[in-house]
Design a protein around this ligand. Structure first.
Ligand SMILES: CC(C)(COP(=O)(O)OP(=O)(O)OC[C@H]1O[C@@H](n2cnc3c(N)ncnc32)[C@H](O)[C@@H]1OP(=O)(O)O)[C@@H](O)C(=O)NCCC(=O)NCCS
Length: 173
């Protein structure tokens, strides 16, 4: 049986091992242990028999937008719904935080389409480009696609006016 929960500091070594494997294949951005300890609260993990077998995180960019990062399922456990299980919980968390858009940069857009995302232009997310892409040796010719999904936040807005202007609609790819 698979259970899902927010990650705890003790999960960091397992998360590091999962991500590093796929980072070596250039499927994910590498994450260092210091980075993971600092951001472990962003992660949700899939657990089987007490062992972390999948993970994914939600990185907030502003009051409306977050990125799905480091989504990974152990090789022997793929194609059994764990990826969708993790995504469901990340989307639920994003909605409960009142976010309006989640996006990802991915080499597996087919999986994200299954999860309700659509391909959009990367320029919709300039903060991501500044933060990660500009320092990446593969930019701007990398093979990753930008995908995004609009949400229906369940919480009432705390602010009467948004702190950052919301994208009226996402520019297509
Ligand atoms: C991508 C990943 C997280 C998906 O996890 P998973 O547990 O294998 O996915 P699921 O079993 O939930 O599959 C969900 C659906 O997506 C589909 N899918 C999975 N990978 C796909 C792909 N590359 N292209 C198209 N569809 C894909 C599956 O066919 C499945 O569809 P179905 O329910 O109709 O059979 C996992 O394959 C993984 O860890 N990959 C390596 C790391 C990576 O690339 N992460 C994405 C970074 S953004």
């Amino acid at each position: 049986m698979t259970t899902y929960r927010k990650a705890e500091p003790a999960d960091v070594p397992a998360i590091f091992t999962l991500i590093s494997r796929y980072a070596a294949e250039r499927l994910l951005l590498a994450r260092g242990l210091d980075d993971l300890h600092a951001s472990v609260g962003d992660f949700t993990v899939a657990v089987e028999k007490g062992r972390v077998v999948g993970c994914g995180s939600l990185k907030l960019y502003d009051v409306q937008v977050a990125e799905v990062r480091s989504l990974s399922v152990e090789p022997g456990r793929q194609s059994r719904g764990l990826g969708q299980g993790l995504m469901k919980r990340l989307l639920r968390e994003a909605e409960s935080l009142g976010l309006e858009t989640v996006f990802a940069l991915t080499t597996v857009p087919g999986f994200f389409r299954k999860c309700g995302f659509q391909e959009v232009a990367r320029e919709n997310f300039p903060a991501k480009i500044r933060r990660d892409c500009l320092s990446c040796e593969l930019y701007p010719t990398c093979a990753e696609k930008t995908v995004a999904r609009e949400l229906r936040p369940r919480t009432a807005r705390v602010y009467s006016r948004p702190l950052a202007p919301h994208l009226p609609s996402l520019r297509p790819a």
